[in-house]
Design a protein around this ligand. Structure first.
Ligand code: G4P
Length: 189
């Protein structure tokens, strides 16, 4: 999506070969008009897929998912990074390893909000190592929900997540795919 690529070139900051800062418009200060354009693009790409719910993950996915959901006319559920031990049986839970921060976190979704009748679009801001999306796919599998696909804003295509998730049969639509980057230079696929 040209508009997002242009914005990344204008306002994104490549910190090192691995980390792109987009906190002025995507994951801290949020440009909701840009989110609207992104939501319209996913709605076009996934038209006719029968999406009836969007599933995202705390925290940065939520804003993007909510704006996208308006285009689909469906609710958003977000996987919560759990801080308390939840009573087994009430929630689906999965572990999401963090390659950037180390360790892993358990994320949960109430069983009341995901089930076999759901056909999900997964949304997140970044696709890097793929841990977050794979966690969402696992939650969907546990719930017996179908995954229509995944929409991500920025895919760092030089990291392995996108290839692995597509190889697993999930359709991934990234609105900006970065082939390589270094301070002052970004090359899109
Ligand atoms: P993944 O997102 O594909 O699972 O990969 P990874 O484990 O490498 O990412 C860990 C966290 O870092 C994720 O956020 C992800 O969105 C974020 N991230 C990955 N690459 C970049 C990058 O180049 N720039 C920025 N700004 N963030 C990146 P998180 O810690 O799970 O949560 P949150 O930020 O949504 O709260």
């Amino acid at each position: 999506m040209r508009e997002l690529e242009e914005r990344i070139c204008r306002d994104g900051i490549v910190e090192d070969a691995e980390v792109l800062k987009v906190d002025s418009f995507l994951n801290h200060q949020m440009d909701v008009e840009l989110f609207g354009a992104m939501g319209r693009e996913w709605a076009r790409l996934f038209a006719g897929e029968g999406v009836n719910k969007i599933l995202t993950i705390e925290a940065s996915g939520i804003g993007i998912a909510c704006v996208a959901a308006q285009q689909f006319g469906v609710p958003v559920v977000f996987a919560k990074k759990s801080r308390t031990k939840n009573i087994a049986g009430e929630v689906y839970h999965t572990d999401v390893p963090s390659f950037t921060h180390g360790g892993s976190s358990t994320v949960i979704v109430s069983k009341r909000f995901l089930g076999p009748a759901d056909r999900l679009l997964l949304i997140d801001d970044f696709l890097a190592n793929g841990a977050a999306l794979e966690g969402l796919i696992d939650l969907a599998r546990q719930a017996g929900a179908a995954v229509a696909g995944a929409g991500v804003a920025v895919e760092k295509a030089f990291q392995p997540g996108g290839a692995r998730i597509r190889a697993g049969g999930v359709r991934v639509e990234a609105l900006a795919r970065i082939k390589s980057m270094s301070p002052g230079r970004i090359e899109f696929c």
